[in-house]
Write a protein that binds this ligand. Structure first.
Ligand SMILES: [Fe+2]
Ligand SMILES: [Fe+2]
Length: 288
């Protein structure tokens, strides 16, 4: 693709919108976000997953969220989150063939490669990592090929999950991160190539950092922040989006989008994610 200006490439990253036709708690943030996106006149929008409240089990949640995404006039690329395709095998909604097929049929795919202005933008399905199955292997092979065929272009990676949560060489962070073995494979791929950016969602915290030569960006959710339900993490409690500008290098600005509401998941978790509510209650009791 070519850029609107012919110079810098401007990409808007949105993430963790958590939309649903049935659980409408966060749908009100779409109108201001859509208006803001259109005003930005970006070259591309990338959604880093958790489009839906429960696309992992409800096709209607994916369809509803995709219908909203199609209102954006800028081209958009999307990778799924755990609430769209499921999560680890030992969790209540594991990624499986049925969930992957549902997502791929309704959205067109779970990964992308896009080239523009000396850059290669690669989005992958973070939820395949950790299963140690054919899907995971096939995606690692696809990533390796995408990196090797970059032809001197710089790489920018987009993933639902962050590269790491607290420390680059931390152990298993459970729900939040990649498992150490898969993270090591990502590091090995990255070390052999020129990866300028790793941008992700999932944590519902907004933060910028650095690992080796790679800028790290945690995009803010467009739906909700977390008060006391989970531990504190680096960064800000913010609802908004990210503006990435790609010249020779990349600069990323985390933006609070006007008119959006920073909902606290703590207030509505019993309605939105009742399966997680017992944990919430346990935390409340522990805090008392
Ligand atoms: Fe999320
Ligand atoms: Fe997530």
């Amino acid at each position: 693709m070519t850029t609107e200006s012919g110079l810098a490439m401007k990409i808007i990253q949105i993430t963790d919108t958590h939309f649903s036709p049935e659980k409408t708690h966060f749908n009100g943030n779409w109108a201001p976000l859509l208006t803001w996106i259109e005003d930005q006149k970006a070259d591309l929008v990338i959604h880093t997953g958790d489009l839906s409240v429960d696309g992992a089990d409800k096709a209607d949640d994916i369809t509803f969220s995709m219908d909203l995404m199609r209102q954006v006039s800028t081209p958009m690329l999307i990778v799924p989150g755990n609430h769209d395709v499921g999560h680890f095998a030992d969790m209540s909604q594991p990624v499986n063939a049925e969930r992957l097929k549902r997502w791929r049929d309704l959205t067109g795919g779970d990964r992308f490669v896009e080239d523009a202005n000396g850059w290669r933008f690669v989005g992958f399905n973070a939820l395949l990592l950790g299963h140690e199955d054919e899907e995971e292997e096939a995606q690692f092979e696809w990533l390796r090929t995408a990196f090797e065929e970059r032809n001197g272009r710089r790489l920018a990676l987009f993933s639902h999950k962050p590269l790491f949560v607290d420390e680059p060489h931390e152990g298993d962070t459970g729900y939040w991160g990649f498992r150490p073995a898969q993270r090591k494979r990502l590091y090995e791929l990255m070390a052999a190539h020129d990866v300028a950016l790793f941008a992700s969602g999932h944590l519902h915290w907004a933060w910028k950092g650095k690992f080796e030569n790679t800028s790290i960006v945690w995009g803010p959710s467009a739906a909700f922040v977390i008060d006391k339900l989970e531990r504190e993490m680096p960064g800000e409690r913010l609802v908004g989006a990210v503006v990435h500008e790609f010249n020779d290098d990349v600069t990323s600005d985390i933006v609070a989008v006007p008119g959006m509401t920073a909902h606290y998941i703590d207030d509505v978790i019993h309605e939105v994610y009742p399966q997680s509510a017992p944990k919430a209650r346990a935390n409340e009791e522990a805090a008392e």
